[in-house]
Design a protein around this ligand. Structure first.
Ligand code: ATP
Length: 320
């Protein structure tokens, strides 16, 4: 490859900028030309493509969001849209593309590779729902934000309310709930991967209060239920339980990325460029047990991320 492009797609995540910076600077270091595509696949179809130099990615490593902006694009889901995208890239002399995004963005990269564009996909999503990588870019920052919020809630809970329900992101993957729950000492963690019985949750809460516990934190992934519904059910089982609900929403996707996310993004961005130079294509870059690894995109998008039941059990054991 001689000229590559980089785009961010799907929901933004903290560390996407660090990944863009790494792609641009590594590409230039190795003598490639590099372009940015504004607004994901939509920007590609709009031909919103511009050259990037060393200075264009200055002062962004510490910023949340993505300077390239992101979008969701229906037209790109069609073969005609994908063909148009591949033709536009070729017209600009671009033969390699780095896509930073989630599962859907990976599928788009997979389709482009079948049309002759060399592609690399990087896991840019807070949800940690991508297979063949232990962690995604933004996950560590999002977990930190939830833990910070729970710390604050604990202060006011001890003074007033005794049950606090925190609804966090994760439609299909409970990793944010699990890891923030373990780190913040939540008593209950509800995730889409594990079925639960709210009567049992209420009984345990009631019992723990009777044994002297002063407060109780429930962390629920959005895919496991709405915080408000859970509060209502707990109150029905034990009318003296009056849980307060906090929905963290997009706050989890903002803010400055942690050093861990920045470094992951930097390593993956550089790796993707080097693999494109080696002639690899249609691959996802990830990190497994500290090692940066390359996996076929097909394999990644066709497998569901395994839930870490061991850590879930640990969180339960420690939450008594
Ligand atoms: P998040 O995890 O934040 O939802 P995502 O990358 O999964 O991120 P999606 O909206 O699913 O977000 O996908 C982003 C874009 O990728 C879509 O708007 C669409 O343009 C493209 N895309 C998604 N699925 C496909 C597909 N099957 N084929 C081609 N392109 C796709």
């Amino acid at each position: 490859v001689k000229k590559i492009a980089v785009l961010t797609s799907g929901g933004d995540s903290q560390g996407m900028n660090a990944a863009v910076r790494a792609v641009v600077r590594s590409a230039l270091y190795f003598g490639l030309e590099v372009c940015g595509v504004q607004r994901g696949y939509q920007g590609l179809l709009n031909e919103d493509i511009f050259p990037m130099d060393l200075r264009s990615v200055g002062d962004i490593i510490q910023r949340g969001g993505t300077v390239l902006q992101s979008a969701r694009c229906k037209e790109f889901m069609t073969l005609e849209g994908q063909q148009k995208g591949a033709d536009i890239l070729r017209k600009h002399g671009i033969d390699g593309l780095v896509v930073i995004g989630g599962d859907g963005s990976y599928q788009g990269a997979n389709k482009l590779s079948k049309l002759g564009i060399k592609t690399m996909a990087l896991p840019g999503t807070i949800d940690n729902d991508i297979s063949y990588t232990d962690t995604t870019i933004g996950f560590d920052t999002a977990v930190g934000i939830v833990v910070d919020a729970v710390n604050k809630l604990r202060d006011t809970m001890s003074s007033h309310e005794r049950v606090s329900i925190v609804e966090v992101m994760g439609r299909h993957c409970g990793d944010i709930a699990l890891h923030s729950g373990l780190a913040s000492g939540a008593e209950t963690i509800l995730v889409p991967e594990v079925s639960y019985d709210l009567k049992e949750v209420a009984d345990r809460m009631h019992h723990n209060f009777a044994c002297g516990k002063r407060h109780s934190i429930v962390i629920v992934a959005e895919g496991a239920g709405r915080g408000e519904d859970i509060a209502e059910q707990l109150h029905i089982h034990y009318p003296n339980l009056e849980p307060r609900v906090t929905v963290l929403g997009h706050i989890q996707r903002g803010g400055t990325p942690t050093p861990r996310d920045r470094n992951l993004a930097s390593r993956l961005g550089d790796f993707a460029v080097r693999k494109l130079i080696e002639g690899e294509s249609d691959k996802a870059c990830g990190v497994i047990k500290g090692e940066i690894v390359l996996t076929d995109i097909d394999k990644v998008v066709n497998s569901k991320k395994e839930f870490d039941h061991e850590t879930y059990e640990l969180a339960l054991r420690l939450s008594q």
